[in-house]
Design a protein around this ligand. Sequence first.
Ligand SMILES: Cc1cc2nc3c(=O)[nH]c(=O)nc-3n(C[C@H](O)[C@H](O)[C@H](O)COP(=O)(O)OP(=O)(O)OC[C@H]3O[C@@H](n4cnc5c(N)ncnc54)[C@H](O)[C@@H]3O)c2cc1C
Ligand SMILES: *[C@@H]1O[C@H](CO)[C@@H](O)[C@H](O)[C@H]1NC(C)=O
Ligand SMILES: *[C@@H]1O[C@H](CO)[C@@H](O)[C@H](O)[C@H]1NC(C)=O
Ligand SMILES: *[C@@H]1O[C@H](CO)[C@@H](O)[C@H](O)[C@H]1NC(C)=O
Ligand SMILES: *[C@@H]1O[C@H](CO)[C@@H](O)[C@H](O)[C@H]1NC(C)=O
Ligand SMILES: *[C@@H]1O[C@H](CO)[C@@H](O)[C@H](O)[C@H]1NC(C)=O
Length: 503
Amino acid sequence: MAFPNIVASWYTTFSLMLLATATSFSPAATRACSALKHSFPTKTFSPKDDDYTLAYNHSWSKTCVLPPTCVFEPTTAQDVSTALKIVEKFAAHFAVRSGGHMPVPGAASIQDGVLISLSKIDQVDLNPDGTATIGTGLRWFEVYEELSKQGLAVAGGRFGDVGVGGLLLGGGVSHFGPQYGWSANCVTRYEIVLAGGRVLDVTKESSPDLFWALKGGLNNYGIVTRFTLKTFPLTDVYGGAVIYDPSRFDDFVKAVAFYSTPEGGMSDSLSAIEPVMAFVPSSGLIQGGTFLFHQGSDAAPSSLANFTAIPANQSDASVRSYPSFVNDTLTPEFNSYASRQLYFTVSLKACPQSVFLVNNTFAPMAFSSALLKKVSGFTTTINHQPMPLSWIEAAQAAGGDTLDLDPAAGPFIIVGISSFWDNAEDDDAVFSFHKVATKAIVTAAEKEGLNYPFLYVNDADPVQKPFQFYGKGKSLPKMRTIAKKYDPAGVFHTLQHGIWSLF
Ligand SMILES: Cc1cc2nc3c(=O)[nH]c(=O)nc-3n(C[C@H](O)[C@H](O)[C@H](O)COP(=O)(O)OP(=O)(O)OC[C@H]3O[C@@H](n4cnc5c(N)ncnc54)[C@H](O)[C@@H]3O)c2cc1C
Ligand SMILES: *[C@@H]1O[C@H](CO)[C@@H](O)[C@H](O)[C@H]1NC(C)=O
Ligand SMILES: *[C@@H]1O[C@H](CO)[C@@H](O)[C@H](O)[C@H]1NC(C)=O
Ligand SMILES: *[C@@H]1O[C@H](CO)[C@@H](O)[C@H](O)[C@H]1NC(C)=O
Ligand SMILES: *[C@@H]1O[C@H](CO)[C@@H](O)[C@H](O)[C@H]1NC(C)=O
Ligand SMILES: *[C@@H]1O[C@H](CO)[C@@H](O)[C@H](O)[C@H]1NC(C)=O
């Protein structure tokens, strides 16, 4: 998901970082960190090192800025292998981070243990067969910038600052999904470090089970250092950020609703929207905005006409290069890394009624709570991601994945609920609101026959247990069997934080 710039400008106050000043670390983590420091003096950062804070600080949500015992920054798969052996030897807890965008505390951050930060594995290599091998530590705008020099692109993240690793291991919603399926469906090879430190190249031929499991299974199988992806030629796109005046909110909701019907704009597999409906309880403000995208040099794509017909307060939609369009998401206000963030998700069948149902269920709940009105810097948003049939079919045609969507169940919409706010003291209030609001949407959708039982892990909160819905319940047992085969000691489910554990 991504949000228009204006959302960021609503912040009035910024929270101070909550740093534990006198954290005591467990003996296991302390020993592992000493051993890492010994083997990798320039790649290990402990509290007494200058760059320690800098090394762990870079989490997109402030809820995830946790001080680890040390940060280890490998540059190669061999480094990761050695580090994993050390971590296992001392039975230290660890967390793995690529871009640090997942707003789930402990998913890619750790309070007492080793943070393995992969940001220095950052090469893009073009292969003779037309694929690109991409380091997990890159951010998508860097990948696009590099590939565009050759007139190429990959189906990666829409928001330029998001990391390569988490997005590809969780699935991946790209602007090109209607043509290629999940971003993960474009991966042809993984370089992974397994428990025990073995470095393995995983392809469909070499390890079909693990190849499948890595498409959606997040951090349950090992530490992926590099991904090889299919590329495609890409020159011009039409795109930009569009913000509407609050008085246009209903027109905007209707445009999203009609786009999100199977015969609507979503049937154009060259187009994409990233609509954000923002609600500010303290002021009563409701506002909409979206990124508009269409592949090619058509400056007035008909699939987006319902959006461009609404007078916008701000729009820079135009024909330009893909990196230039993606750079719209890199504004300093939005990328301030200054707020606390929480994501939940639900899915509904694709039709206008679903969009209206979400708006009409969610908005009154956001505004009726006296508690939320007092939460400093609080904005809550609804984001719609229409998922056309062509996407689901492309995913299957590419060989499938753990998410395993069923074309017979029809097109649907991934709905993201995300909030941002300033202070830790309000974390519980926001979490409760998300739980209650999500439940209300699901209940209302079930009543109308509009619920679609699928939760996209990269937009979900761990309490939602997204894996249990994959493949209508058939994926999870297989995912567990494969995890036991490649990690018999359960390193990735015991020593790694259990946030997304399959067990
Ligand atoms: C502003 C914003 C915009 C977004 N836009 C999109 C979008 O357009 N499309 C989309 O699909 N999603 C989007 N997301 C969701 C995003 O895909 C997930 O948050 C994703 O997990 C982030 O990847 P990362 O590498 O930055 O995450 P991190 O926070 O570093 O990692 C996320 C999880 O993946 C694991 N992990 C990361 N790298 C590895 C690795 N190499 N090996 C093993 N485990 C690993 C971590 O341990 C952690 O559990 C967005 C999120 C935000 C906050
Ligand atoms: C941590 O990150 C925030 C946001 O990017 C920044 O303002 C702050 O200065 C950083 N702190 C340190 C110690 O690097
Ligand atoms: C969406 O919800 C808001 C707030 O309740 C309401 O004012 C608006 O009319 C709704 N819009 C549509 C199109 O349902
Ligand atoms: C635009 O909106 C109308 C309803 O006002 C709808 O019938 C039409 O399908 C929409 N077009 C697209 C491309 O979404
Ligand atoms: C948006 O544009 C309208 C005119 O189309 C104007 O009345 C309104 O003040 C503008 N709103 C903002 C927030 O700039
Ligand atoms: C996109 O932003 C990056 C980082 O600021 C910059 O290096 C790059 O030149 C920009 N690319 C385009 C096409 O604007």
